[in-house]
Design a protein around this ligand. Structure first.
Ligand SMILES: Cc1cc2nc3c(=O)[nH]c(=O)nc-3n(C[C@H](O)[C@H](O)[C@H](O)COP(=O)(O)OP(=O)(O)OC[C@H]3O[C@@H](n4cnc5c(N)ncnc54)[C@H](O)[C@@H]3O)c2cc1C
Length: 495
């Protein structure tokens, strides 16, 4: 049933022309549908001019525009403040409604509310849909009707809901192609998509890194991973091994559909082709939904600890803190696995999940730096930066989050290194100055006899730093620092 003569679909973190909830609904309900993307100045103006994410988006938009043109439409792209540009574009096009998909970040929620109000004032509608997650907001609740704060019961309820209630109804792809007769051709004289430099950005090393962009890039990665999915559980913790899917940046910008990914995992499990890996990978996709839900239900986590008593912790401060934080950012801690991981982040914008845990733990529980500093640095650097997952990861590492690791569990950077990069293959890749050290010695150069260091061409303090601290001493300081939490918790528990 057609409700609208003309509509506009506002693309944001859903840069694809298939299985797209807002696009599907707009095409179903409207005679003519325009499509737009706004390079939002309120976000972009804050970014440095070399930003792989902007380049990823830009490349993905060129592909999206081509795909939409093939379907009879095309993409209107503007560089403006989205909160104003969308109501303005809606007025220029004379549309009755704007369609978009839900975003769960507090700033985006506020922006969408402002757009909704402006559209309403002009007699237009804003229609929004769930698209980037399987279950959102309060769709998965405990038996008591409350949002979960522990992952395992959430996951069990999530799986149950998927299998019993929604599988047939919601997991199929949202049809787009069959509705393509409703695409409106681009208005005459629509300007070309601005170039990166017109947007104020420069080319990065994205293509040298062979990070595939757009829908085709996402599909290629998914096909490649499907071959490896069965081994995911046994390979995913080893950063030198091609274990995970590397799909996070595509999930971030919606060049893949979460429904397609979940279907792929479920199919592998159903036909027995997923080994023990598919179910574990599916769990990771559930973690993603979980953290979106946590951010939506508890938006305070953006600034504060999920568990309020953890805000009483006193972190290192002053020039020394700034110095050791900078050493961590630059990969100059003297702990090879930590430094190699930071080099991976700085050079590629990606960091392996195991290493995100190791580096976050090192910053918080070895260096005593406030988790928010690390969270901010990851937010600047990660191609797949996602407020919900990043905040969830950092609060997990600092023990302040929902279902976080206990405060007294402190990763030992040395044993993590020996266990998960046993031959030092990953370390060698990012710290070539240590490449000649043996697999046994590469994890802790400060313990290596001088003679051997010399033979490997390593001079501590010159081409590789002395360790910033000794883990055992740092561990003792951290337990003291976290004693404030223990005290509060015990006091809280008094009747
Ligand atoms: C401190 C810290 C910060 C993090 N910051 C981010 C971030 O900004 N953006 C981000 O997408 N992930 C983040 N993660 C989660 C995880 O490290 C990445 O999703 C994963 O490494 C991406 O690689 P992949 O696509 O190959 O993952 P795979 O192992 O193939 O997993 C598939 C997908 O599942 C999701 N996923 C996996 N693990 C998690 C998790 N723990 N929490 C939420 N979703 C998960 C991701 O969407 C991922 O792409 C963070 C983890 C930690 C410990």
């Amino acid at each position: 049933m057609l409700l609208f003569e003309k509509s506009l679909v506002w693309f944001r973190r859903d840069l694809r022309s298939f299985d797209h909830a807002a696009l599907h609904h707009a095409l179903t309900l409207s005679r003519q549908v325009y499509c737009a993307f706004i390079f939002d100045r309120s976000i972009l103006d804050e970014l440095p001019k070399y930003d792989r994410r902007v380049e990823f988006i830009h490349a993905s938009l060129l592909e999206l525009d081509t795909a939409l043109r093939e379907l009879g439409g095309g993409l209107i792209v503007r560089h403006a403040d989205a909160a104003q540009a969308i109501p303005q574009l809606a007025a220029e096009l004379g549309v009755d409604a704007v369609f978009c998909n839900h975003d769960y970040e507090p700033q985006a929620i506020a922006r969408d509310a402002a757009v909704g109000t402006a559209l309403k004032k002009a007699g237009r509608e804003l229609r929004t849909y769930k698209d980037q997650v399987i279950f959102e907001k309060d769709e998965v609740l405990s038996l008591a009707g409350k949002p979960f704060s522990v992952f395992t019961p959430y996951k069990n309820a999530w799986l149950k809901k998927l299998q019993t209630e929604l599988a047939p109804a919601e997991l199929p792809a949202y049809e787009v192609e069959a509705l393509s007769a409703h695409f409106a051709p681009l208005p005459p004289a629509t300007p070309a998509i601005p170039t990166l430099s017109e947007l104020g950005f420069e080319k990065t090393n994205l293509s040298e890194l062979h990070i595939p962009t757009g829908m085709q890039g996402g599909q290629d990665l998914l096909d490649d991973f499907a071959e490896r999915m069965r081994n995911y559980d046994s390979t995913r913790d080893f950063p030198a091994v091609k274990g995970p899917s590397y799909l996070s940046v595509h999930l971030r910008f919606g060049t893949v559909s979460i429904r397609a990914l979940v279907r792929r995992a479920l199919d592998a499990i159903r036909i027995g082709a997923g080994g023990s890996g598919a179910a574990v990978w599916l769990s990771e996709l559930v973690w993603r939904d979980f953290y979106f839900m946590i951010l939506y239900q508890h938006p305070h986590v953006r600034e504060r600890a999920f568990k309020p008593d953890y805000d009483a912790i006193v972190w290192e401060s002053g020039p020394h803190a700034e110095e050791i934080f900078q050493a961590w950012c630059d990969g100059r801690t003297g702990y090879p696995l930590v430094d190699a991981a930071m080099a991976q982040l700085n050079q590629t914008g990606y960091m392996h999940n195991r290493l995100r845990m190791v580096t976050a733990s090192f910053l918080i529980k070895d260096l005593g730096i406030d988790w928010r500093w690390g969270e901010r640095y990851f937010a600047e650097k990660l191609n797949d930066f996602d407020l919900a997952a990043n905040n969830g990861g950092w609060q997990w590492a600092s023990s302040s989050g929902c279902d976080a690791q206990p405060y007294f569990r402190i990763f030992n950077p040395l044993t993590q290194s020996e266990k998960f990069d046993p031959d030092g293959k990953f370390i060698r890749r990012y710290l070539p100055q240590l490449a000649k050290l043996s697999g046994e010695h590469i994890h802790a150069p400060w313990r290596v006899p001088t003679m051997e260091l010399q033979m490997a061409g390593v001079t501590l303090g010159q081409n590789y730093p002395h360790p910033l601290l000794q883990h055992d001493e740092a561990r003792a300081r951290t337990l003291q620092r976290y004693a404030v939490v223990k005290k509060v918790t015990v006091e809280d528990e008094r009747p």
